[in-house]
Design a protein around this ligand. Structure first.
Ligand SMILES: [Mn+2]
Length: 383
């Protein structure tokens, strides 16, 4: 019979490194983001070393897929080998799933003496605790993944469930995250385990058991992967003093990239000053996504374009959506600008008339684009 230590259990929990992810939509920042994801593993393992933990729990999706290049595998294994004193327990997730072609079947992993792959649901004795792994064996499973954990209410020792999936009904937003790889939130109450360590969601979250004690936690990804995530870029330091005691869960920052995502409402030309102030406030942010909506008079469109163009040189990634911004033209057309050239003057009047009559937002944006170019060209020609 397994006997958990009488002493406390202290460990680092991490997941969803997604090494090798494409970073779709991140444009030129893609390679940088991929490189940083590997570098940030240091921050996780260094935290484990500095806090002198008993072990580290890797809760799945360490690699983006099982066909990952050996080059990337070697980079991760190199990291592991720089911290030989930290016992590593790795539960594969849905991206690095067990079965045919599983990345962890490669010979390189068999040679890491301080790494154990949790490939079965049998309990595993580790320093200070007993793990109850819940391996993912099918991406489309509809059965509660923690169903294999036995009742340990009467079994001595600190018991920790390890799983990769979605805590049913607990996702902050209804999405695919809520329905795939189901995990029953009453698992802790049913089994009497002290803690359930989860991977799969990229945002850090904790959940309480039936008595109101937080015993379930997602660490979230160690380095944020996309704009929609919050509370990402961390690992967890977890300490459980004894069987039944409330776990102490402390997030530790491991991510390097900073992200900002917001909607910005244009009301009039003064909004441009607000926009500039906003950009000033996020100057040091690496990854920026902005949706601009509302209205802006045509005469300020060029200034907006200039502000936005500059931002592409400030951040590692700058994405802006302008599709829902309505460029307005005064009903009584302003006195046409005199380009000093009758053809240009006529073109401007024609475009402004077209714009005033057009209601389709896509066509409007094309006309606005043409007008902006015309005005820029006209002013340059003037000089
Ligand atoms: Mn996953």
């Amino acid at each position: 019979m397994l006997v958990g230590g009488d002493e406390l259990a202290r460990f680092i929990q991490t997941s969803d490194w997604q090494i090798g992810m494409k970073g779709g939509g991140l444009g030129e920042a893609g390679p940088t983001v991929r490189k940083i994801r590997i570098e940030s593993i240091h921050n996780v393992l260094k935290s484990a070393q500095e806090r002198k933990v008993d072990f580290a729990l890797l809760c799945g999706d360490i690699f983006e897929h099982n066909m990952i290049s050996q080059e990337n595998v070697k980079k991760v294994v190199t990291m592991f080998n720089q911290y030989p004193d930290i016992p590593l327990y790795l539960l594969p997730g849905n991206h690095d799933m067990l079965g045919a072609d599983c990345v962890y079947d490669r010979p390189i992993f068999q040679q890491i003496s301080h790494l154990k792959i949790l490939s079965k649901s049998d309990p595993v004795e580790v320093p200070g605790a007993i793990l109850h792994p819940c391996p993912v064996l099918s991406k489309s499973t509809t059965q509660n993944l923690t169903g294999t954990i036995q009742d340990v209410h009467e079994v001595d020792g600190i018991h920790i469930g390890v799983a990769h999936g979605s805590l049913v009904g607990k996702s902050p937003v209804p999405s695919w995250e809520d329905i795939d790889l189901p995990i029953d939130p009453s698992c802790v109450d049913r089994t009497g385990i002290d803690y359930l360590a989860l991977g799969h969601w990229h945002s850090h979250r904790t959940f309480e058991d039936g008595t109101g004690i937080a015993r379930i936690a997602y660490s979230g990804t160690h380095e944020q992967t996309n704009y929609g995530e919050d509370n990402a870029g961390q690992c967890l330091l977890v300490q459980i003093d004894g069987k039944g005691d409330a776990p102490k869960i402390e997030p530790i920052k491991t991510g390097q990239l900073t992200w900002a995502s917001r909607e910005f409402e244009m009301k009039d030309s003064s909004s441009l000053i607000e926009l500039k102030n906003y950009f000033e406030s996020i100057r040091g942010v690496d990854m920026v996504r902005l949706v601009i909506n509302g209205e802006l008079p045509l005469e300020f469109k060029e200034e907006l374009d200039n502000i936005l163009e500059f931002q592409t040189t400030v951040h590692k990634n700058f994405r802006v959506k302008l599709e829902s911004l309505n460029i307005t033209v005064p009903p009584q057309l302003e006195a046409p600008f005199d380009f000093g050239d009758p053809t240009l003057n006529q073109t401007e009047i024609h475009l402004k008339q077209l714009l005033a009559d057009e209601t389709d937002p896509r066509k409007r944006s094309i006309i606005v684009e043409a007008l902006t170019h015309l005005q820029r060209f006209g002013k340059e020609a003037e000089v």
